[in-house]
Ligand binder design. Structure first.
Ligand SMILES: *[C@@H]1O[C@H](CO)[C@@H](O)[C@H](O)[C@H]1NC(C)=O
Ligand SMILES: *[C@@H]1O[C@H](CO)[C@@H](O)[C@H](O)[C@H]1NC(C)=O
Ligand SMILES: *[C@@H]1O[C@H](CO)[C@@H](O)[C@H](O)[C@H]1NC(C)=O
Ligand SMILES: *[C@@H]1O[C@H](CO)[C@@H](O)[C@H](O)[C@H]1NC(C)=O
Ligand SMILES: *[C@@H]1O[C@H](CO)[C@@H](O)[C@H](O)[C@H]1NC(C)=O
Ligand SMILES: *[C@@H]1O[C@H](CO)[C@@H](O)[C@H](O)[C@H]1NC(C)=O
Ligand SMILES: *[C@@H]1O[C@H](CO)[C@@H](O)[C@H](O)[C@H]1NC(C)=O
Ligand SMILES: *[C@@H]1O[C@H](CO)[C@@H](O)[C@H](O)[C@H]1NC(C)=O
Length: 375
């Protein structure tokens, strides 16, 4: 770049204002780095030693991050950074809160790309696919009684806090039940990701064919293999499995969003991550319209035909490697879209046409997913 006097002045001024703060265009959020030295082990590892950019050029230690993953990793120019949050809701919320409120970061213009693996509902998508969510629903935030002790007329042991039976709207509201992100940005990201040639393997194809014996699982046995899918995500610290819990949380997802969200991927962090980002947005430290929730499908949320739930939970997961590889293959298209389109489009941001934020309207506006009992 050729420095003109005004641009030099501007850049000096910006660096005085920001000090040594990192101000990336894109922050990739991974949940786990295995750092075992083996390739393709963790979600973070797929962003290291890649041809497109090197996020291991600058490591910035930030107080309050996970003791296992204490550093943000950035490219030399600081445009692209990657942070591993740690797994589960508590780690995700704590790490993102530390990042957002750090004196070492300036994230007002940063796009956040959640890039992690998930379970998948075989009614909606298949293993290896890369999904982009508009809604994150905290399905674990409910009463639970053991399945062996549920009344004969209950369909599930999960029901809303303060309610008296499954299917009723919760009475005690915590505020983190549903988050909605920018749908225009989601669609831009998904379209960019469609340019990727996704990874697939013979083992994954074989697993899909087994699921295809159930006609409800047509999406699981897509002959064209994994694809980019627009569908929503469910969060719980409990790693649940099986068709009954899947259907129960599918019902919760529909109830809490008045049918707007599609129960598709299952994971342990996104509602927590989004809550911490939204808290940052409330004091303008973060632009909540710049958040992308990308989850690739590594395994099923329920057993296939001829399998027990435990077979599925503890059995082989041939979707795991393709799902990890596809985080990079699809995600890098999203990163490039933002960085390459920065001056023309993304620096200004994308105005969401849908409601964004939590169930309270904390960022302004009124939730369009009708959280509340049906009137
Ligand atoms: C940044 O940290 C990673 C390990 O987390 C290391 O491999 C890399 O060499 C570090 N980079 C620098 C410039 O120190
Ligand atoms: C279940 O049955 C109990 C009585 O045994 C009744 O009080 C309750 O309303 C029923 N709940 C539902 C959801 O039907
Ligand atoms: C997927 O990745 C594996 C592991 O690198 C590789 O062996 C395989 O050829 C890839 N498949 C496709 C379709 O790219
Ligand atoms: C199969 O994948 C293609 C894209 O590869 C998609 O358009 C189609 O909707 C998928 N079919 C099902 C049943 O999911
Ligand atoms: C889900 O809701 C449907 C419709 O109300 C009900 O028939 C079904 O039993 C529910 N499933 C579970 C597991 O709660
Ligand atoms: C959603 O994102 C798009 C693309 O970045 C942006 O133009 C738009 O303003 C955003 N919408 C809202 C409501 O912020
Ligand atoms: C987004 O909306 C704001 C106000 O509603 C407007 O000032 C701004 O120009 C819009 N940005 C884009 C990129 O359309
Ligand atoms: C739920 O959605 C339906 C349309 O699908 C609408 O008629 C109804 O008013 C909505 N409920 C609430 C509580 O907004």
């Amino acid at each position: 770049m050729k420095w003109s006097f005004p641009s030099l002045l501007l850049s000096l001024l910006l660096s005085v204002v920001r000090g040594h703060r990192i101000a990336p265009k894109v922050m990739i959020l991974s949940m786990l780095t295995l750092a075992s030295g083996r390739k393709f082990d963790g979600e973070a590892d797929v962003w290291y030693n890649i041809p497109e950019f090197d996020v291991l050029t600058r490591n910035i230690t930030i107080p309050g991050l996970s003791p296992l993953f204490p550093q943000v990793h950035c490219t030399k120019d600081g445009d692209i950074c990657q942070l591993t949050l740690g797994e589960g809701e508590i780690n995700a919320a704590s790490s993102v809160a530390a990042l957002v409120h750090s004196k070492d970061t300036s994230l007002e213009e940063t796009y956040f790309l959640i890039a992690a693996i998930a379970g998948v509902n075989p009614k909606i998508a298949t293993i290896g696919s890369v999904t982009f969510a508009q809604y994150a629903v905290q399905v674990g935030l409910q009463y639970e009684i053991d399945a062996r002790q549920i009344p004969a007329n209950f369909s599930t042991g999960y029901f809303g806090q303060g309610s008296t039976a499954p299917g009723q709207f919760p009475v005690f509201i915590y505020g983190t039940e549903v988050f909605e992100v920018n749908d225009s940005l989601r669609k831009l990201a998904a379209n960019a990701a469609k340019a990727a040639k996704l990874n697939d393997t013979a083992d994954a194809q074989q697993m899909r064919a087994q699921y295809a014996q159930n006609p409800d699982f047509a999406a699981a046995n897509n002959v064209s293999g994994p694809s980019i899918v627009l569908c929503d995500t469910a969060t719980s610290d409990t790693f649940w499995d099986g068709d009954l819990l899947g259907d129960s949380f599918d019902n919760t997802t529909k109830l809490w969003t008045n049918g707007s969200a599609t129960y598709c991927t299952t994971q342990q962090e996104d509602s927590a991550t989004l809550n911490a980002l939204m808290r940052g947005a409330m004091t303008k430290l973060v632009d909540f319209s710049r958040v992308i929730v990308m989850r690739s499908a590594s395994d099923w949320d329920r057993q296939g035909p001829g399998m027990t739930v435990v077979d599925q939970l503890l059995g082989p997961t041939p979707g795991f490697n393709p799902a990890l590889l596809n985080l990079h293959l699809a995600g890098v298209k999203v990163v490039e879209m933002i960085v390459n389109g920065w001056d023309d489009q993304f620096s200004r941001g994308v105005n969401a046409t849908n409601y964004i934020g939590d169930i309270f309207g904390s960022l302004g506006g009124v939730p369009d997913f009708s959280f509340g009992p049906a009137s």
